[in-house]
Every structure is written in C-alpha cells, then in structure tokens.
Design a protein around this ligand. Structure first.
Ligand code: FAD
Length: 531
C-alpha cells in the first residue's frame, strides 16, 4: 500500500494533523492507522480538560507561560512554551468549530476550571469526560472528510529506513530516512508494508510500563521504541509523571483517575489518621504541582503503613459536584462510596510521559520525513514536569505545526519503491503466551518497585540488571516465533523501561519528576538527557 501522508494514531494529535492535512490537499491521500479501535486512545480518558488563556481580563499569556516554566523546573524550552501558550487558544477555537462542547456558566461564558500549578482558572472542560467529547468531535469530523482512510486493528511493528534496504544505520548516520512502516494487519494476521511520503507518529504514552497506571492498554510506548530501534533520538524519558490521585482499586488496570479538578474545586487529601497533611509539604497545599503531591502521598503511605490515602469531598457542594464530576460520582457509587459521606481511597499511578521522541519546533524528528506529536513526542514544552492540562493543548498545537511543515516539505519527497517484504520465514507460531504475559508482569513490577516516584542509585542498577535479562529472553522469543501485538508491545515496553532507567541513571540530581535520594539537590548544569 502507498499513501501520501501516513498518520499512526487516532488520538487528539494524530486526528488534528490528519484533518488539517486532508483539507489542505483534497487530491492527496491521508491514511490513519490504529492498533485497536479508533476511539481507544489516552485522549478518550482525559478528564480535567484543556488549559488555555481564555479570560483575558484576569489571565494572560505571561501567567500561563510562567506557570508552565515553574512546573518544568528549569528544563522547558522557553521558545516552545511561548509557541504553545500563544497558539493554543486558536487551536481550541478550531476544535470548538469541529463540534467539541465545553461547559458554560449561567451567563453563557466558558466555565474555566483550575488545577494544580495554575495561577488562574483556565481549564476548559466537558464535565469530567473532556477527552471523550474531544475524541467524539474529531472522529465525527473525520467521517465527513473524504480523502482520509481510517484503518483499525493495524499494528505498526517498525518504521522502515535504509536499514531495511541493507545499509548500515547507526546513531551517527546523518540522513536516516523514513519510507513508511511494516504493520501487522490483524484482520489477515500478515505483515504488510505501507509506504508513505511523510509519516507522523502520534502513538501516545507508555504508562503500561508500570503496574499501576491511569493509561489504557494501548499505551505501550510503541512509537518511542520504534524510533529508538531505528537509531532516532529520544529525550528526557526519566520524567514520568505519576498522577497523585488514582482510585485505589487493587488488581484493576487501568486505574480510574480522580481528576485534579476535584482538588481544584476544594477536595482535601487526608492520611489514615484524618490529618490534612499537604500543608506540611508545600504552601500551596492540595494544589501544589503533581510531583510534590505524589511524593507527599508516597511518604504518608510509607509512614502510616497504608497503600492509599484519602480524598475528602464531604464538605463540597453536592449539586455542583454532581454537575461537574458525574462520572467520578457514579464510579465511586458503584464501589459503595458515596463521596458526600465517605472519603475516597486514592494512590499515585503512572500517568504521563514528559519525554519521548525528540522533535524540533515543527515536530520534525531526527529521522527525515518522520514527524512526531502528542504524548510520544518531546517538544520541550514540559521540561522536567508537565503542568496539568497542558498535554491536550500541546498535541493540538504540534499537530498543527507538523501539518504546516509537512505540506511544504512533501513537494520534494517521493516514495521509495524498492522496499523489501517482511522476512517471516523460519518463525513458528507462538505456543507459550504465558511467557509473554509473565514477562510483562515482571517488567511492570520492576519499574514500579525500583523506578517509581522515589529512586536511588542501587534501585536503578538493580532495575537495569533485571531488564537486561528480560530483554535477552524477549529478543530470543521475537526471533523464533511469529510476531503478535502482545509480543511487540512487551518488546516495546522493555525498550521504554530501559530508556527510563538509562535517563534516570544519567541524571545525577533531583529535578522535577525525577527524585533520587542519593542526589537530592539540583545540579548547576541544566541539560536534557538525549539517548
Ligand atoms: C486518565 C487520563 C486523564 C487525562 N487527563 C488529561 C487532562 O485532563 N488534560 C490533558 O491535557 N491531558 C490529560 N491526559 C493526558 C492526555 O490525555 C494524553 O497525553 C493525550 O490524550 C495523548 O494524545 P495522543 O494523541 O498523543 O495519543 P493517544 O490519544 O493515546 O492516541 C494514541 C494512538 O496511537 C495508536 N497506536 C499506538 N501504538 C500503535 C501501533 N504500534 N500501531 C498502530 N497504532 C498505534 C493507538 O491505537 C491510538 O490510536 C490524561 C490521560 C489519562 C490517561
């Protein structure tokens, strides 16, 4: 198969890009592929909303920029922060034009929420299911666009470069070029090639590397691992954001999120003794940035010997709570927790990857003709920690920027016709699925135990040794059995785990989301970790 623009991923990043590109070039073909169903994305699960400067009487670009820089703890790219904050409102207007509905107050103005780290109310939301509303609007718009083909159940295994033409490609090869991808077509169970003039990775995050995560099953870091295998550049993977308040429900994955907006509306964290502990950790109390709140909860859980703390909403206005958070209310109710009478048990869970595929301010990766945007990319916006609700914004702004750059550059690009078919000879059917599921559990355990909220040098070293073993076993399995999505995801998650540990080992300091008790201070040298 050949296409002009190949988009891998149907979340907010991929769809923003696909819609704009298809509209610009009605005579060219845009192909969007997803590994499961189109709507099954991290985007669908976003609750809190999109940050943007909307009420200019109270808010300003300067304040949003300042909040983003403070959260990023010295590692944000200021130029990129400026771009995202200033271009953001225009992109939000476009998504409203596509049909996304955000809540309004009685006067008909947008009702703006506040979350941790924000100095003003600037979060547009649709109740507590903002992502579902955005995904719906984008997919509706896509169905009205003739020159986009959407292919579900099509798993990308690897991006195609000169390596597949028989050339030696290393990290120092200057012009590594992407010609398209090999995919596992889950309808035929065959590996096929899709050749493209331009490829965009919008494959989302990697929360599934951890035992407890808010991310759905699809979030296995496939794009990040593929680029690393293709010798592209990956950045800042040590900065994994743990959401402080996932509902504590042992054995359930993904963990249900209790959005920060609940604390924005006045909910209070309490330990098992009922003490509101956040004031002991930070003057901003329950609305301190996520890393501080997550570490405070981690410390309270350790000192009180519990696996969770409580979120207390009992003093809040029940009518307003139901109006703003109907989904959370219903979920808690289904577990026998009436949030107006009982406190909610919560614990931190892996939530967001701040690092990823290194891109420039136009979403270009270090590989030619390959763009990346959304959670899989490291644009420089988040630095060492993401400000709440900045990720949907970033995905839209960079979806747009990738589109602007690639509609220009496609003029000079032809597809490469001589790509060989996938070599599958000599591989047997996988008989031992247990090996894959068991290795996945081991990986998640290693990452949660040794590479979580609080790290030490010894823990990181131990994690690396364990990952080495898992890597060797999984590569052997990959060589000898037929490719399956489960095996590819395991392989990708091991690579992601390696990148997180390697990044954490390089960073001999504590900064933003990376906290190592052997190096509690910040280093004077500001640098990104590029692998
Ligand atoms: C519970 C939850 C709540 C959140 N709340 C907020 C919030 O309030 N505000 C905010 O700004 N952010 C929030 N986030 C983060 C935000 O939702 C994500 O960062 C964002 O939606 C990512 O969008 P994306 O387009 O990059 O990727 P996704 O929406 O995750 O889409 C990834 C796509 O890539 C496809 N894909 C992946 N690998 C492959 C492969 N190998 N082959 C083919 N296709 C593949 C998937 O099928 C999917 O279509 C939240 C996240 C979660 C999990």
């Amino acid at each position: 198969m050949q296409t002009d623009f190949l988009v891998i991923g149907s979340g907010i990043a991929g769809l923003t890009y696909a819609l704009k590109t298809a509209r610009h070039y009605p005579d060219k073909q845009v192909t969007v592929i997803t590994k499961t169903q189109a709507e099954e994305t991290n985007t669908k699960y976003a609750q809190g909303g999109i940050a943007g400067v909307w009420d200019e009487a109270k808010d300003s670009y300067e304040k949003h920029i300042e909040d983003t820089l403070i959260a990023g703890d010295g590692l944000c790219n200021e130029q990129v922060v400026n771009i995202v904050v200033k271009e953001g409102p225009e992109r939000i207007r476009e998504i409203i034009e596509y049909g996304a509905r955000f809540d309004k107050d009685e006067q008909g103005a947008y009702s703006l929420g506040k979350e941790g780290g924000h100095s003003e109310n600037r979060i547009l939301h649709h109740k507590d299911v903002t992502g579902r509303e955005i995904e719906r609007a984008l997919l509706d718009e896509l169905s009205r666009t003739a020159n986009i083909s959407l292919i579900n159940h099509c798993f990308v295994v690897d991006i195609i470069t000169q390596h597949h033409l028989g050339y030696l490609v290393t990290k120092s090869t200057a012009d590594i070029t992407c010609y398209g991808v090999y995919v596992l077509n889950l309808h035929t169970n065959q590996i096929e090639k899709i050749l493209a003039r331009i490829t965009l990775l919008a494959t989302g995050g990697c929360g599934q590397a951890y035992r407890s995560t808010t991310n759905p099953r699809i979030a296995t870091g496939d794009g990040i691992a593929m680029v690393y295998r293709a010798k592209g550049r990956i950045e800042n993977m040590e900065f994994i954001q743990f959401h402080p308040t996932a509902l504590f429900e042992p054995g359930v994955s993904p963990s249900f999120l209790i959005t920060e907006a609940v604390r924005g509306d006045g909910a209070i964290l309490r330990n098992r003794n009922g003490e509101a502990f956040m004031e002991r950790y930070d003057a901003r109390k329950d609305l301190a940035p996520r890393d501080i709140v997550a570490r405070a909860i981690d410390s309270e859980m350790k000192t009180t010997g519990t696996e969770y703390v409580y979120l207390d909403c009992r003093h809040m206005d029940s009518e307003k709570f139901l109006q703003h958070f109907p989904n959370i209310y219903a979920k808690c109710k289904s577990m026998g927790i009436d949030v107006m009478e009982n406190m909610i048990p919560v614990a931190p869970a892996a939530h967001y990857s701040c690092g990823g595929i290194k891109t420039d301010e136009w979403g270009r990766t270090s590989i030619r003709h390959l763009y990346a945007c959304g959670e899989c990319a490291s644009t420089g916006l988040h630095g060492a920690n993401r400000l709440a609700s900045n990720s949907l914004l970033e995905a839209m702004v960079f979806g747009h920027r990738c589109y602007i750059n690639s509609i220009e550059s496609i003029q000079q690009i032809q597809t490469e016709p001589l790509i060989p078919d996938w070599k599958a000879t000599g591989t047997s059917e996988p008989r031992e699925m247990i090996l894959i599921t068991q290795s996945l559990k081991e990986l998640q355990q290693i990452m949660s135990d040794y590479v979580g909220i609080v790290r030490t040098d010894v823990r990181l070293e131990r994690a690396m040794k364990r990952l080495d073993l898992l890597y060797a076993e999984t590569e052997e399995l990959y060589r000898s059995t037929k490719v399956s999505p489960q095996l590819c995801e395991l392989r990708n998650l091991i690579t992601v785990g390696y990148l997180i540990v390697k990044g954490a080992q390089f960073r001999k300091e504590s900064r933003g989301l990376h906290y190592n008790t052997d190096h509690r201070d910040k280093s004077a040298i500001l640098q990104n970790t590029v692998l």
